[in-house]
Design a protein. Structure first.
Length: 253
């Protein structure tokens, strides 16, 4: 049992000069010191690499080269990682506070640690109660089967033992993170709910910008894991519930 396992924290970035520095600072400021920090940049042409250069002495691995999309860059990060655990904290995202990593690894030897996310805007600020926390109740005991309705745990609030993680499936260019988390959970023997807010998650990212394609990709992924009939029924339930909620909101107004 390693009481201070090395954690590889991976930041994927491309032309993110406006938000990258707060991500770097949140990682370098952690009280937990057995961290390997990796930045994978997609050959940015703004001021991103100037910021990376500023902190290069505190970054263990820097790769800047063209890639074939977000999940290809994430795979580069996984291949470069030497830690016992891997954790993605992409440009604009932040670890919740300086003690978070230390608090997580007080609970030792889980294959996966998960928690909540604080949803923030481009300025790193939350905007009202609905954005303060993951917008649904997290399962107390997370299982891959909890993903039958879609993403359950924010990707940046999900830390996995490197020995069980697969590479991201590039056949799912818009929602491979859902597939990846499900596959990790299927292999995990011990899954730990930290009961912590783990990260500040920058909304309006890749999936939201490609919402329709992301939803179609998600449907294919869920059908692969849960079967066509189950996914059809579950999504019908979601649709009906959404309609009822919309009608209720209109009546209240």
């Amino acid at each position: 049992m390693n009481e201070n396992p090395k954690v590889s924290i991976i930041t994927i970035t491309y032309n993110a000069e406006k938000v990258l520095e707060r991500t770097i600072f949140s990682i370098l400021n952690q009280t937990y010191k057995n961290i390997e920090y990796i930045i994978i940049d997609g050959a940015s042409n703004d001021g991103t690499l100037i910021i990376v250069e500023k902190y290069k002495n505190d970054i263990d691995i820097i790769i800047s080269e063209p890639d074939n999309g977000l999940y290809d860059a994430m795979n580069k990060g996984l291949k470069a990682a030497n830690g016992e655990y891997v954790w993605f904290m992409n440009a604009g995202d932040e670890i919740f506070d300086e003690n978070t990593t230390e608090e997580i690894f007080k609970n030792l030897d889980a294959d996966i640690y998960y928690g909540n996310a604080l949803f923030v805007n481009n300025n790193g600020e939350h905007e009202g109660l609905r954005d303060i926390i993951t917008p649904h109740l997290l399962p107390e005991n997370l299982s891959w089967k909890d993903f039958r309705f879609g993403m359950v745990v924010c990707h940046q609030a999900f830390i996995a033992r490197k020995s069980i993680v697969p590479l991201y499936d590039l056949n799912h260019p818009f929602s491979a993170d859902i597939d990846w988390e499900i596959n990790c959970l299927k292999k995990a023997k011990q899954i730990e709910n930290t009961h912590l807010v783990i990260c500040k998650y920058l909304t309006g990212g890749f999936s939201k910008k490609n919402l329709i394609k992301s939803l179609k990709d998600r449907y294919v992924i869920l059908k692969k894991h849960f079967g066509t009939f189950s996914v059809f029924v579950d999504h019908g339930y979601i649709f009906i519930r959404s309609v009822k909620f919309s009608i209720k909101s209109l009546i209240q107004k």
